[in-house]
Design a protein. Sequence first.
Length: 169
Amino acid sequence: MKTFNLIDQPWIPVKGGKIGLADTFRQAHQIQGLASETSLVDVSLLRLLLTIAQRVYPTDADRLRLWRQGSFDDRVQHYLNRWRQAFELFPEDEAQRPFFQCTDMPTRSTSPINKLPIHMASGDTVTFADHHVDGRARLPFDEVARNLVATQFFGLGGLTGYNKSPSFQ
């Protein structure tokens, strides 16, 4: 089975390429900006990165020291390594929860993959310049990961069409 761990795999688009979570924190002081498909994805990625940073540096004193330091230290890498399994998009062990997904919810129905990205047309949500057709779209794993983060963050606001449940499989 194919695995895709968000710590190591390049999935975060920055100016100049794509990098994984570990490199994002290692190179944060050099990154010129995010370069996702849409600003909704950029904002979602920034929220995820901020969540990790606040978890690793929980106090104001920690954050002030980090600010003066000018770059992240090894604590972020230790945190990512400690929670490595939680960042697996497609875990090999079926008992393990995939990144940002619920596995204990009953599946009501399946949807085409182009329903995941907020900015893609799907079903009767046609857009002027998007010509994706249900059942024909294919998304690479890095794009699936980015859009999963965006859909989970914006889905709670009702912007994704999944109003009955705030999470999806």
